[in-house]
Ligand binder design. Structure first.
Ligand code: FES
Length: 141
């Protein structure tokens, strides 16, 4: 019969990279938790960021279809080593193209793009809060 999924999907589905989670309370961790209204699938993508704004490690978990799992696995690989600004340019279309997702599965890759953006936003908000909290505070030895 017609092959429904490209080998890249099968590969990431069978050997997902960077599965798991970091402690979302760590100040150097940004968490993107997003859901797809269309199907109810859920994806968590986390980034660990160093002081220069580079993503040094990633984790994800996905309660969803194979395409969503593959999309988040690819995203978790692509963003590693990049800066939090660079990864904002990653488009779901690139992920979908890499995985040759059929049109009905495009929203699965959209979930990964949303998760990246949401993880970066969470990290930035945390940093802003941390900076605000330390301002005017005396440092205790
Ligand atoms: Fe909803 Fe794939 S079917 S994320």
């Amino acid at each position: 019969g017609r092959r429904l999924y490209h080998e890249n999907v099968i590969d990431h589905f069978e050997n997902p990279r960077n599965v798991g989670s970091f402690n979302r309370n760590d100040p150097d961790v940004g968490t993107g938790l997003v859901g797809a209204p269309a199907c109810g699938d859920l994806m968590s993508l986390q980034i660990k960021v160093d002081d220069s704004g580079q993503i040094i490690d990633t984790r994800f978990w996905t309660f969803g279809c194979g395409s969503a799992i593959a999309s988040s696995s690819v995203a978790s690989e692509w963003i590693k080593g990049k800066t939090i600004e660079e990864v904002l340019t990653i488009k779901n279309a690139e992920i979908a193209k890499h995985l040759r997702l059929p049109p009905v599965k495009l929203h699965c890759s959209m979930l990964a793009e949303d998760a990246i953006k949401s993880a970066v936003r969470d990290y930035k908000e945390k940093q802003a809060k941390a900076n605000a909290a330390t301002e005017g505070e005396t440092v205790e030895a």
